[in-house]
Design a protein around this ligand. Structure first.
Ligand code: BDP
Length: 727
């Protein structure tokens, strides 16, 4: 009798202890709203802080330029937060300093490193623990001030993630030259495909009022090495090029400059007509050429380090050179010539599909651009989306990668999740980015990855770059949800080095954003790494694509048909009927596979070899088609939809387990968003299964629950106020 009682008592005691531990740890967790992003700098574990404090001691950090000042400020803020006391900062390098920041020009102690630092380039940096005058010192050294700032952010990351500094040796330089955010922000502060509030840019109060948030935006970007920002939407308003707006852009440029961030603008090709009163915007017309040259001169007088133009032309109704019978190269070169004298670049988008071409939309960019290889002026770079359609949950690589060896190509990724559940769905995009970067174009034999196309190493280009469509807005947490901060973060880290691993990046982010506790990190990284595949499963499994509701793209719409353009409908892309499903892009169909190098085309074009994850992108197959699992395609499809929903449930379970390990306000919001995601994943699954079953006429596989509502119900749902729609 005694033993069970004791056991019960013991259990109670254990529960009390556990509750106490939880309460104490919860007590330590301050309520957070996400504003600080991954730069929270909250106190480290005491032992770790002691160890770091003994290694960092007094700091020598010059304070002569705005960038040097920014580096000092960040270091000071970081160390004060992490270690509990602000460091002693000395502007002149001196004996006894344990941490030395600077360049060979700014710090006498770093002068001997001049040669060593040369090879790191203008933005690179060196972190090194070494002996100086018989003492241990840590150097954060670079050729230019901006490298020092990047080095400071790197050092702070090491501290935030608990990396020992003993014997530290880090040599870093960016693999890509242009590392840009593209803001799809309109002048009225509406953000196209934005899910995080309004535009950060308060055009009305600029240039006089410089919201301190602009500085925090710059800090966040500099912490990742992002070095440029396109302020306005690619569906551009010509007014951005008028003097009042240029003055506003100049004010932002001034705030961003110390952080190494240049300002760029999206330009409307017809601006010479709209603003200049010309009759034409023909790129070969001398008056048009003069107008753009004058405009460039005006811009550079106000913004001496202006980055250049981003252009969406002859796409989705935007004006462009083809309106005058000229090519994309003619258009891009017109602007390139205007900027050349000032060192600016033109990023000319390849996201084009014509209104009157009845061809498979995924083929059109290649069709229009591949023939122009080598025709662009040296300061023009062609900006290509990751896949040939439009930021879907999964796409194959864009066939232009590797197909234009004589033209610099940069990649455009979407950070904002237009097609991936907006801000409420937890979908970490690191694996999506990594998947495309590691895709092999086979253009110059095996190993010709997209990462090597865009880092210039494949074809020897010096002008290189990557752009991410920003997910920022006025929401307190910047990105509309706590987890969407990870997508901004991952984009920036991969922009610096596209060969990094999405999992490693997730680990850093989770430790810095939530907690360095290994159990917390492991659990969060597990959720993140599975999340993208979950979204693919519950939205568009097995290579399906573009099945979202019309216009706003919120929720399922696999039945979408009719309307202005066939390639804006879902039925065009899935082609399902009683017999089968999928878009035949083999030689029997649109032959889009032929746009890839033969080694890739052979795999994608062959039903036996194509990865199942892209099966229905490239093939139209009967419902009975045998899958690797041994199941029929129909059974597999339904199974994938349900698997996606279960995965969201698993994320909810993991998150519930983190109660007490993450501060309450953030925990609650993520938990609520996961509930939304779960409901919406279920909705996606039910609506899609109901719809495809209405075509296939097949019974659900054993164990699958029938959709609770008839198809007509799902089809009747309307969301006129879903956010972010184009307008
Ligand atoms: C699509 C968006 C649309 C953009 C377009 C683009 O739906 O709002 O304008 O891409 O990239 O994904 O130009």
């Amino acid at each position: 009798m005694l033993t069970p009682l004791l056991r019960a008592g013991g259990r109670r005691l254990w529960l009390c202890v556990a509750a106490l531990v939880l309460l104490t740890s919860m007590g330590r967790l301050h309520a957070e709203d996400g504003y600080a992003l991954w730069m929270r700098y909250v106190p480290l574990d005491a032992a770790l802080a002691d160890a770091y404090r003994s290694q960092l001691g007094a700091v020598g950090a010059p304070d002569q330029t705005p960038t040097q000042h920014a580096a000092r400020e960040e270091l000071s803020r970081g160390l004060a937060g992490l270690l509990g006391s602000a460091p002693q900062l000395h502007a002149d390098a001196g004996v006894g300093q344990a941490l030395i920041l600077g360049t060979p020009q700014s710090s006498a102690q770093l002068a001997p490193y001049r040669k060593d630092l040369e090879s790191l380039g203008a933005e690179g940096y060196l972190l090194r623990q070494t002996q100086l005058g018989g003492r241990e010192v840590l150097l954060v050294a670079a050729r230019e001030d901006i490298g020092v700032l990047y080095g400071v952010f790197h050092l702070l990351r090491l501290l935030q993630t608990g990396v020992p500094l003993q014997g530290l040796e880090v040599r870093e330089s960016p693999k890509l030259k242009l590392r840009l955010l593209n803001h799809w922000d309109n002048l009225d502060r509406y953000v196209e495909r934005g899910y995080a509030g309004s535009s950060l840019w308060d055009w009305q109060t600029l240039p006089d009022w410089r919201d301190p948030r602009y500085t925090d935006y710059a800090r966040a970007n500099a912490s990742l090495g992002i070095n440029g920002t396109v302020l306005n939407n690619v569906n551009a308003n010509a007014l951005s090029l008028t003097r009042p707006y240029l003055l506003k852009a100049a004010a932002l440029a001034e705030v961003f400059r110390p952080y190494g961030i240049r300002v760029y603008l999206s330009t409307r090709f017809s601006a010479p007509i709209e603003l200049g009163g010309l009759k034409t915007a023909d790129p070969l017309d001398p008056a048009v050429q003069r107008w753009w040259r004058d405009k460039a001169n005006e811009i550079y007088a106000l913004i001496p380090d202006f980055g250049g133009f981003l252009v969406k032309a002859n796409s989705e109704g935007q004006p462009g050179p083809q309106d005058y019978g000229r090519s994309h190269a003619d258009g891009a070169n017109l602007l390139g010539d205007a900027l050349a004298a000032h060192g600016g670049v033109v990023m000319w988008r390849a996201f084009v599909y014509a209104h009157d071409v009845p061809e498979d939309r995924t083929k059109q960019a290649y069709g229009e651009f591949s023939g122009l290889d080598g025709a662009f002026h040296p300061n023009v770079i062609v900006q290509v989306k990751n896949g040939p359609l439009d930021f879907q949950p999964r796409e194959p690589l864009h066939p232009l990668f590797g197909a234009m060896p004589h033209t610099p190509l940069m990649m455009e990724l979407q950070i904002s999740k237009e097609y991936l559940g907006f801000a409420t769905h937890l979908v970490y995009l690191g694996p999506l980015y990594e998947e495309v970067l590691r895709s092999d174009t086979h253009a110059r034999g095996a190993g010709s990855t997209v990462a090597r196309v865009i880092d210039g190493s494949l074809d020897g280009h010096a002008l290189t770059g990557i752009a991410g469509v920003a997910n920022t807005g006025t929401d307190r947490n910047w990105t509309g949800s706590h987890f969407d901060q990870a997508n901004w973060y991952a984009f920036g880290r991969l922009a610096w080095n596209p060969h990094q691993s999405a999992r490693d990046i997730a680990k850093d982010w989770a430790a810095m954003t939530f907690s360095p506790d290994p159990a917390v990190v492991q659990s969060i990284v597990g959720m993140m790494m599975a999340s993208r595949e979950a979204a693919v499963d519950y939205m568009t499994p097995l290579g399906l694509h573009h099945l979202m509701a019309r216009g706003h793209h919120y929720g399922p719409g696999p039945w979408v048909a009719g309307g202005p353009r066939v390639d804006w409908t879902s039925v065009y892309y899935h082609r399902a009927d009683r017999d089968g499903i999928g878009f035949d892009r083999t030689a029997h169909g649109s032959n889009a596979v032929a746009q890839y190098a033969p080694a890739v085309a052979n795999v994608y074009g062959d039903l036996e070899q194509v990865p199942e994850s892209l099966l229905l992108w490239f093939h139209h197959v009967p419902w009975d088609h045998r899958m690797h699992s041994g199941r029929s395609l129909w059974d597999e499809l339904v199974g994938r939809y349900s698997r996606g929903v279960r995965q969201v449930q698993a994320m909810q379970d993991s998150w519930d387990g983190l109660k007490g390990g993450v501060d309450a306000p953030r925990h609650q919001q993520v938990a609520a968003f996961l509930r939304i995601q779960h409901n919406e994943a279920q909705w996606w699954r039910d609506a899609s299964v109901a719809y495809f079953q209405s075509l296939s006429g097949r019974p659900l596989p054993a164990g699958e629950v029938p959709p609770p509502q008839p198809l007509a119900y799902y089809q009747s749902l309307q969301f006129p106020f879903a956010p972010g729609d184009g307008r």
